[in-house]
Design a protein around this ligand. Structure first.
Ligand code: NAD
Ligand code: MG
Length: 401
């Protein structure tokens, strides 16, 4: 492949660091044009010294000043603010944008990349959950290429007929011989914990994922299986799949990353060790293949792969996500925004574990039919959902009656 220029949004996060790890293995193939980060300024400065991007972007002015001081004497220009994130996502010299900011904050820069017709390597699933219709439209209208980084969606992408993506997900599953998409889920740390003890779960226990090392927010989402719920919504938009064609199956070993079932009964899967460098390398090099630095899969050593159906009593957040998707409109954005608030409150020990699903349920039931005819209306729904979630948290009305 010829030299490929990259912007990496969220470079200091787990996905960002894994992306730079793959990039560092292939200096002949990739050039970093821009890196962004929010709080870890020392880490961002070290990344800039190693990868020599033209731009480094942070959100706040005081962080920009601090970063400038750390990068004195280098050729990297420090920029600041959301507009700067949009700017480095749409630069003419950039081929691909790794969208790896966490949460709703990732939407605007990812959208800017799609509008600029880039190859968008999408880790920020919240973009599709919040504004899937508008984002996919922007991808189609501007001839952007969308490659999923989320391991499940990357696995589905690899297992789908390649012709499926010729029209960027406007395609029809059955017309391509596909019956269903099967998303695997590890089940997280509480898959077999006694139901009566779920109320005692602490943030420390929730972020200790058995198979993956990830940011805190997505780790809590994995424990509640809200992560899988968000991924069902993500899959709906990426693959133009109706909710009843997306099934979740628990697979605790996290080796089969997802599957596609065909009308003839064939099921194609993508397998690998649970290491995000595999989907990242796949998307960076697509349609070629490059080494990712991962351990080779040793199936004999792993021995057993097991599968089970998810229990919605244990994982009510998964059911809420299916409800929001069926409701459509602003409901997924509302669920996503409220989820960010309740997860932050749970991590701050302001609400108990069981308060996460109960608060989300209350917010969704109250607000689900807010209008969603434009991005502005979706952002307003997002803000209203956050406000209501915060209100319920502050009033300690977070447990089922
Ligand atoms: P993380 O918390 O480790 O990193 C988040 C990054 O976003 C950091 O660089 C941070 O500086 C930046 N950031 C945070 N808030 C910001 C804001 N308001 N504005 C600008 N930048 C901001 O998260 P992560 O685990 O790397 O996840 C990133 C995204 O990838 C999430 O959307 C997550 O759902 C998705 N994802 C992650 C994994 C994984 O294995 N970590 C797997 C699949 C999908
Ligand atoms: Mg995933």
């Amino acid at each position: 492949m010829s030299l490929h220029s990259l912007t990496i949004l969220g470079a200091t996060g787990t996905i960002g660091v894994n992306t730079l790890d793959v990039v560092a293995r292939h200096p002949d193939k990739f050039r970093v044009v821009a890196l962004s980060g929010q709080n870890q300024i020392d880490k961002l400065a070290a990344q800039c010294r190693q990868f020599r991007p033209r731009y480094a972007v942070v959100l706040e002015a005081d962080k920009a000043t601090a970063l400038q001081a750390l990068l004195a004497g280098t050729a990297t220009e420090v920029l600041c603010g959301v507009e700067a994130l949009e700017f480095v996502s749409s630069l003419a010299e950039v081929d691909s944008v790794m969208a790896a900011i966490v949460g709703a904050a990732g939407l605007r820069p990812a959208l800017a990349a799609a509008r600029a017709g880039k190859r968008v390597l999408l880790a920020n699933k919240e973009t599709l959950v919040m504004a899937g219709r508008f984002f996919m439209q922007a991808v189609r209208d501007n001839n952007a290429t969308l490659l999923p980084i989320d391991s499940e969606h990357n696995a589905v992408f690899q297992s789908m007929p390649s012709a499926y993506f010729a029209r960027q997900s406007n395609a029809n599953l059955a017309a391509h011989g596909v019956r269903r998409v099967l998303l695997t889920a590890s089940g997280g740390p509480f898959r077999s914990r006694e139901l009566e003890t779920l109320k005692d779960i602490t943030p420390e226990q929730a972020i200790a994922h058995p198979n993956w090392v990830m940011g805190k927010k997505i780790s809590v989402d994995s424990a509640t299986m809200m992560n899988k719920g968000l991924e069902v919504i993500e899959a709906h938009w990426l693959f133009n799949a109706p909710p009843e064609k997306i099934e979740v199956v628990i697979h605790p070993q996290s080796i089969v990353h997802s599957m596609v079932e065909y009308l003839d009964g064939s099921v194609l899967a993508q397998l690998s060790n649970p290491d995000m460098r595999t989907p990242i390398a796949h998307s960076l090099a697509y349609p070629e293949r490059i080494e990712a630095g991962v351990n080779w899969l040793d199936l004999a050593k792993i021995g057993t792969l097991t599968f089970e159906a998810p229990d919605l009593r244990r994982f009510p957040c998964l059911g809420l996500a299916y409800q929001a998707l069926a409701e459509g409109g602003a409901a997924p954005a509302i669920l996503n925004a409220a989820n960010e608030e309740v997860v932050a409150a749970f991590l701050d020990k302001k609400i108990p574990y069981l308060g996460i699903a109960a608060t989300l349920d209350a917010v969704l039931q109250r607000l689900f039919d807010l209008p969603a005819n434009s991005l502005d209306e979706l952002m307003a729904a997002d803000a209203q959902a956050r406000a209501l979630a915060r209100e319920l948290i502050a009033a300690k009305r977070v447990l089922p009656a």
